[in-house]
Design a protein around this ligand. Structure first.
Ligand SMILES: Nc1ncnc2c1ncn2[C@@H]1O[C@H](COP(=O)(O)OP(=O)(O)OP(=O)(O)O)[C@@H](O)[C@H]1O
Ligand SMILES: [Mg+2]
Length: 258
């Protein structure tokens, strides 16, 4: 039975897609069969995994009009781990989800009861075929993020160590609590400091404050080799021994028991 992990933060540009990329490739590299579901119409993760994003039917798949076999594609790359990695890619077309949900309201109600449960319903059968399902989400508290929270076992929340970023967390944590109480009692979360500038004292102070309210994991620093990882489409675990990004992520995955 696949474990379902969503990477989420309603704030933009905090390193969600980076995290989902490093996580899904790492898990595949460790021999797990991994499905990535990209719920963000920006489709950055789909592109980084080499998926064709010109014509994706992910909204139609969510409402049940299209079968899973018709939306799952293999990730494209040379290394062996790509054989274990599959994607349900996103595209600009994902932005039509809200419209489609209104148009098919009766059908959605009949199948899922509530639209929030659609993704959970759709991945039920897929859970037997994969070891992990990793979901990337857009930077807003909309249908996609709510669906992902309902469907997941764990939420990874990358957070920058800055005032407004930490303030934004409250909104997400409120939503998390509501979903946990109403739809998904075993939902678990981890707060992951991301793109941290270790030399800036103020960031360390913010992180210490954050650690007083929540359990926080080891940090991922703001590093040039992380940017290279995306532009070269090379996960950090493939980088040399000296890579700081590789070090940070190894520490993180260990602390999360992955
Ligand atoms: N640890 C890091 N060090 C340096 N650069 C990073 C790091 N993490 C992410 N980045 C870069 O920061 C930018 C934003 O990261 P990313 O796209 O992962 O954020 P996001 O939260 O998914 O954004 P969005 O909300 O738009 O989906 C990207 O250019 C990415 O390459
Ligand atoms: Mg993103």
């Amino acid at each position: 039975m696949a474990k379902v992990i969503t990477v989420a933060n309603n704030k933009g540009g905090v390193g969600k897609t980076m995290q989902a990329y490093q996580l899904s490739t790492y898990l595949a590299h460790k021999g797990n069969k991994v499905l990535v579901i990209d719920l963000d119409s920006q489709a950055n993760l789909s592109v980084t995994l080499g998926a064709d994003v010109r014509r994706t039917l992910i909204p139609e798949w969510l409402i049940g009009d299209v079968d899973s076999e018709d939306v799952i594609v293999p990730a494209e790359g040379k290394q062996d781990f790509y054989n274990n990695l599959f994607v349900i890619p996103s595209s600009r077309h994902m932005a039509n989800l809200a419209k489609l949900l209104i148009l098919s309201e009766a059908e959605v109600r009949k199948n899922a009861g509530r639209k929030e449960r659609l993704l959970k319903l759709r991945i039920e059968a897929l859970k037997e075929k994969f070891d992990y399902i990793v979901i990337d989400t857009p930077p807003m508290l909309g249908d996609e993020l709510i669906m992902a929270l309902v469907a997941s076992d764990r939420i990874f929340i990358p957070t920058q160590a800055q005032d407004y970023s930490i303030d934004g967390l409250e909104e997400l944590m409120d939503t998390f609590e509501i979903i946990k109480e109403s739809e998904n009692p075993s939902l678990d979360f981890s707060i992951i400091p991301s793109m941290v500038n270790a030399r800036r004292k103020i960031e360390q102070t913010r992180l210490d404050e954050l650690a007083q309210s929540f359990n926080v994991t080891p940090s991922i620093r703001n590093l040039v080799d992380m940017q290279e990882s995306i532009s070269l489409r090379k996960p950090v675990f493939l980088m040399g021994k000296k890579s700081k990004g590789k070090k940070d992520y190894n520490k993180l995955w260990n602390s999360l028991g992955l």
